[in-house]
Design a protein around this ligand. Structure first.
Ligand code: ATP
Ligand code: MG
Length: 403
């Protein structure tokens, strides 16, 4: 194949005005990291477009990687050409001949980003279209639904020729929306909530509550495996594992049974918020959606949310379960999430949790216990794991060198 590069279109980026340079830089870095195993490939970032120069690397393999990177609207394997009409004619003919199969139709889609070029788009369409028709017997034009869409993009420095538009993952480049903490259980929902918020440019760190010996090592492993999948999206993922046993036991001793679930969630949120402050994040993401379970009624959210003013982002609030499952399958977290190991909430789950808890009541029940020292202690004892794309590092100190 003649392709020497992949041409990348930014999409939503182009509306971001002054932040554009930051967005383009972040996207370039993300792509460079993702292409680390293609040492010859070079990324070239321009204001309007980005290019991955192949230097002999395989375009199909690189395409597979690019499909998953947020901030890319679409991309095309392409050839860079001098702005010379004969050169373009020759290259277009070679490219279309190599793709042509009997019965195929085509059209030319010209785009003239540089208006100083000697031909306008109509003239480009006509000139190169007739050249192809003359030289490829059997080839026909179909402007509505062509098999081969020959795109000729004229820019000031060169002309780019491509025949295929591949849809990107959309969204915004990694980290361009700032940092948030993701409350990550072993369930189906929270990894999907994480994926959707990463798509909007959030950098996430996970927080998982773990209650040994009531929850097993295998339940913890499940969350680590989910985190590895999330690490594949942007290259790395930081997971904080919080020892929660003592607090849960105290809740069960001190709080009336029908309010333990509400109190448990409130304490999880308080601890997550403490970790958030330390990690300098500005929001908390959860996998909550409306109406699934007792903890997810509006009354319940109101009573739980009472412990903090930090924005709580709930990307799944309007998403149906079947859609959540589809996304979980796509990001390969589904089969991990449905492993049967218990999490700390299922072990301690009360037989009849309040579906309409009252904030004042839970505040009153909690007022008999000073949870603050235990919260601080839990935060002190957090185990931090850093997962990288296909590798795992196990030291908290590494965290600073990473950012
Ligand atoms: P999920 O499928 O994410 O487990 P769920 O439908 O089971 O969600 P809940 O159990 O009510 O719903 O949990 C709601 C949200 O609370 C979860 O999506 C997650 O963000 C957070 N959460 C629950 N348990 C934990 C935990 N052990 N550690 C961290 N966060 C948790
Ligand atoms: Mg759950």
């Amino acid at each position: 194949m003649m392709y020497d590069r992949i041409l990348i279109r930014y999409g939503e980026l182009s509306t971001k005005g002054r932040n554009r340079k930051i967005f383009v830089d972040k996207l370039r870095k993300t792509i460079e990291k993702a292409l680390i195993s293609f040492p010859l490939a070079k990324v070239e970032a321009k204001r309007e477009r980005m290019y991955v120069i192949l230097n002999g690397e395989n375009p199909e393999e690189i395409t597979t990687v690019l499909k998953n990177i947020f901030g890319i609207q679409s991309f095309s394997p392409a050839i860079k050409l001098e702005r010379d009409i004969d050169t373009i004619k020759e290259a277009a003919l070679q490219l279309v001949s190599s793709l042509y199969k009997e019965g195929n139709t085509f059209k030319i889609s010209a785009r003239r980003a540089d208006k100083s070029f000697s031909l306008d788009t109509g003239e480009i369409n006509y000139l190169f279209g007739s050249h192809l028709l003359k030289n490829i017997p059997g080839l026909k034009v179909d402007v509505k639904n062509p098999t081969i869409n020959v795109q000729i993009e004229v820019r000031s420095e060169a002309v780019y020729l491509s025949c295929e538009n591949i849809a990107g993952a959309g969204g915004l480049p990694a980290g361009t929306s700032g940092k948030a903490m993701l409350m990550l259980s072993g369930g189906l929902d929270s990894p999907v909530a994480g994926y959707l918020s990463m798509k909007r440019g959030l950098e996430l760190e996970g927080v998982h509550f773990f209650s040994p010996p009531f929850t097993s090592e295998r339940a913890k492993q499940k969350v680590i495996d989910l985190s590895s999948k999330l690490a594949n999206i942007n290259g790395h993922f930081v997971l904080h594992i919080v020892p929660f046993t003592e607090i849960q036991q105290l809740i069960h001793k001190q709080i009336p049974e029908n309010y333990t679930m509400t109190a448990t969630r409130r304490l999880m949120l308080r601890i997550t918020d403490e970790i958030r402050k330390r990690q300098e994040a500005l929001a908390i993401v959860t996998g909550e959606s409306l109406g699934q379970v007792a903890s997810q009624t509006l009354e319940s959210m109101y009573a739980i949310n009472d412990v903090t003013n930090t924005p709580i982002l709930r990307p799944l609030i309007t998403v149906d379960k079947s859609e959540i499952i589809d996304i979980a399958q796509k990001i390969e977290t589904h089969d991990i999430s449905i492993r049967p190991y218990e999490d700390c909430c299922t072990v301690f789950v009360p037989s009849l949790p309040k579906t309409k808890p009252k904030k004042e009541k839970v505040q009153y029940y909690e007022s008999f216990v000073d949870f603050e020292p235990m919260i601080q202690q839990a935060v002190e004892k957090v185990e931090t794991i850093i997962l990288k794309r296909n590798v795992r590092i196990d030291q908290s100190e590494e965290i600073n060198s990473l950012f």
